[in-house]
Structures are given as structure tokens and as C-alpha cells.
Design a protein around this ligand. Sequence first.
Ligand SMILES: Cc1cc2nc3c(=O)[nH]c(=O)nc-3n(C[C@H](O)[C@H](O)[C@H](O)COP(=O)(O)OP(=O)(O)OC[C@H]3O[C@@H](n4cnc5c(N)ncnc54)[C@H](O)[C@@H]3O)c2cc1C
Length: 295
Amino acid sequence: MNGSAAHRVVVVGGGFAGVQAVRGLADAPAEVTLVDRQNYTLFQPLVYQVATGALSPAEIAVPLRRIFRRQRNARVVLAEVKGFDLDAREVVLDDLPNGAGQMRLGYDTRLRFDGRDQVTLLQGSLYVDSGGLGIGPPLTIHTPAGEVRHIGTQFQIRVSGNATDIRVREGRVALQRGGVVARTIAAGDALEVRGSEERWQHGLPSFGAEWEWSASLAPPLAIEDRPLAEFLAWMAREHGWQLHFDDEALQRQAQGIHLHGSLEGLDADAMLERVALVTGVPLDLDEGVLWVGKR
Ligand SMILES: Cc1cc2nc3c(=O)[nH]c(=O)nc-3n(C[C@H](O)[C@H](O)[C@H](O)COP(=O)(O)OP(=O)(O)OC[C@H]3O[C@@H](n4cnc5c(N)ncnc54)[C@H](O)[C@@H]3O)c2cc1C
């Protein structure tokens, strides 16, 4: 939030209601962010005319950015909203604008979408999970320290004033300046850049308090009929744990055990406890390793 605005408002959906809501806030002392998974608003009453060939699709679909180009307190973000954390006052967005994975924003984060694969982190915390090594086209994140490009990874960036903190959990990211790779940050490394000063940390754990804000924003996993193995892999990825099965037979068995019900509202420990109880498979978390089976 900049000093001039009293409130920040997020409007989800640029349909009839969303467009009117943003317009209605044009003179309000507020920064308004409109999020839609499409970059246009659709005038649905004329869909029939398009279907019968009387109109072309372009005549009933208007780009949202064009509608609000002159509204100074409004900006449009192209993303899918996956959920809300009302206590933390956070909106969870899924699908990066280039479709390369998942992105989470901390409260008080200001992000500008500059294009399909370009964003600028102006302030706050951004967590990216591109889904695995080598998957998806890379996204470029502009920060005061330079442009961050990832190579299929999990990482977070925090920007505060001119300080940029980049921390990599899996894979590696490149920090570029003027299109040239200036630094490569690997898993377990953190680089803090403050003006011309740099501070490196190495050998950092992939789990623990530093990463928990992003895990707390993870969209809930629907476990109904999901194999135990998938649930465990998801937990390990979200929390940065290593997964260790007692033996290969148990690992195969975990594919065939299906979960039922819901784990919504439970924290990580309670989820493990509940799943261990209903499946009869011992689960034990110790120093970032999730042990499956007897140790
Ligand atoms: C064929 C047709 C003809 C119609 N004719 C008339 C008519 O003649 N008169 C009339 O009064 N009404 C008509 N309606 C109904 C009218 O179009 C709807 O009532 C109106 O569009 C509802 O407005 P809305 O803003 O609530 O939702 P929508 O217009 O549906 O807009 C919702 C927006 O939210 C976005 N969105 C949804 N979920 C997410 C998410 N998770 N993350 C990000 N973005 C998301 C969507 O992309 C969409 O842009 C018609 C509807 C249809 C389908």
C-alpha cells in the first residue's frame, strides 16, 4: 500500500458485477486490484448472437485492461483465485500468468504483472512452485536486485525497500542484471542484496519457520479417494521435508491405500496424526524427514 491510499481492495472476477464494483471505487481513497482468470469481460446476453454468427466474438469480449486504462487507482491481474485466508487477509492465486506453476503472495505484497511471463515484485513476499525441475516456461521476476529467472524450482523472494532476499528451496534460480546472469542461487542458498552489498547464506534447511508462511497459503488438498503415497508426496513438497519409506514394499503399498474424508482445518502435525491413525501406517516427522513405517 502506498501512503496515499487508505484501503486496498481486491475484486475477484471482471464480469458485470466486478466491472461495476471497480468503476464504483474510481473516486474512493483505495487501491483496487481486479483479478480474473480471463483477460476480458464477456457481455453474456449477446453470446447467442455470436453462436448464430450475427456478431464476432471480439464484439462481446472487451479486454479488462482497456476498460480500466484510465482509472488510476485500478489495476488488472490475470490469475486464477484459489482461495482466501481471511485471518491473514491474503488472496491465494494459482497458475502463474505463463501457466508455469503456482504462486503465493504474502500480506502487504505489491506485485505488478508486466506480461505473460514477467512480473515485478514491488514490496513483500512471493513464493513460487513451478511444479518440479524443468517443468514450464520460466517466469522473470523483476526486483530491486535484478531479474530473477528460475529453472524449475521452489523459491521465495522478499522485497523491502531496496533490500531483496532470494531463498531457494529446490532447483536453482538465476539473478540477471541487464540480461546477463550475475549470480546463480542453488537449493539451500539465500542471497540478500541491499544496494551494492550482498550477503550469502549456504546450507539452509528446506523446511522450518522461514517457509511456513507459504505452506499456510497452500490450497487444501482434496484427499477423498487419493492414494496415501500422493498425500505424503504433497505434504513433503509443501513443507520441504524428505520422504523416507521403511522399505520398497511399503512404498508400493502406499499407492494402493486410498484416503477418505477431509483434513481441512488441521495443521500439518494433526494431518499426519489423523492419516497414521486411519491407515495404520506409522508416520514420524523428525528434523525435516518424514519417516513412513517403523524406524
Ligand atoms: C447466454 C447468456 C445470456 C444472458 N442474458 C442475460 C440478459 O439478457 N439479461 C440479464 O440481465 N442477464 C443475462 N444473463 C445473465 C448475466 O450474464 C449474469 O447474471 C451476469 O453476467 C453475472 O455477472 P457476474 O459478474 O456475477 O458474473 P460473470 O459475468 O459470470 O463474471 C464472473 C467473472 O469472474 C471470473 N472468475 C470466476 N471465478 C474466478 C476465479 N476463481 N479466479 C479468477 N476469476 C474468476 C470469470 O472469468 C468471469 O470473468 C445471461 C447469461 C448468459 C450465460
